[in-house]
Design a binder for this molecule. Structure first.
Ligand code: ADP
Ligand code: MG
Length: 222
């Protein structure tokens, strides 16, 4: 599902360097990615998502050659085939909950116009407990509710691969448990693969596999 080889990345000259000789994550796995702050977890997620380009190496995600692809193909891959959940949610304040959930469809084509797709967005909103709030704007929601919108958005295209970067980082323990349960249940139900970055070691028991950055990287400052 994810196959990384000889990956090399650096932020500018003399900046943080990330070297990953080999990382393989099998399809259908629910994986927690852990490691100290600054060890390159977010950088690695962004590389797999094709948001950043490595100096060298190979990344194949869901059969897509992320490094070889052009910018346009990578954007299309992200919008159509990847579920991305960011720590800071990245919701658009001027869009409603329903429109935020539909965003990957806006970015990848015209499917958002289809009644079935709009029904799916509303069904997802309901499944994350926001069925009565699809017309609201993110500023009127709690942190936990905003994070649930971000999760619904990551699932709306039924991606085979979901990358979640500390999706519970800003939540209190109750909301953390609820968001994690929701994410794991949806991933399980869809047979998708989940890679979730987390600092919360209390959550690790819920995953099939825990990968520590220090076991993955070589050299660099990590
Ligand atoms: P983590 O997610 O594990 O906390 P990051 O991947 O965010 O780590 O960051 C790894 C290192 O790269 C840190 O030292 C950080 O300061 C540096 N870094 C992150 N983003 C940038 C950037 N845009 N430009 C330069 N350095 C960065
Ligand atoms: Mg990070």
């Amino acid at each position: 599902m994810i196959d990384v080889r000889d990956l090399r990345f650096r932020y500018g000259d003399g900046g943080f360097e990330l070297v990953v000789p080999r990382l393989v994550i099998a399809a259908g796995r629910k994986v927690a990615l852990i490691g100290p702050s600054g060890s390159g977890k977010t950088t690695l997620v962004h590389l797999v998502a094709g948001i950043r380009k490595p100096l060298g190496g190979r990344i194949v995600a869901d059969g897509f050659d992320v490094v070889a692809a052009g910018e346009r193909q990578r954007r299309q891959f992200r919008a159509a085939r990847l579920g991305l959940v960011f720590q800071e949610f990245e919701l658009l304040e001027y869009l409603t909950v329903r429109e935020n959930i539909l965003l990957p469809h806006y970015l990848s084509g015209a499917a958002w116009r289809l009644p079935a797709v709009r029904r799916e967005a509303d069904a997802l909103a309901a499944s994350v407990g926001l069925g009565d709030k699809v017309g609201r704007h993110p500023t009127t929601l709690s942190q936990g509710e905003r994070q649930r919108v971000a999760i619904a958005r990551a699932l709306v295209t039924s991606p085979r691969l979901i990358l979640a970067d500390e999706p519970t980082g800003n939540l209190d323990p109750d909301a953390t448990a609820a968001v994690l349960r929701l994410l794991l249940d949806e991933v399980e139900r869809r047979g998708a693969t989940l890679v979730m970055v987390t600092h919360n070691h209390g959550l690790l028991g819920a995953f099939d596999q825990v990968i520590a950055m220090e076991d993955v990287v070589r050299g660099g400052s990590a």
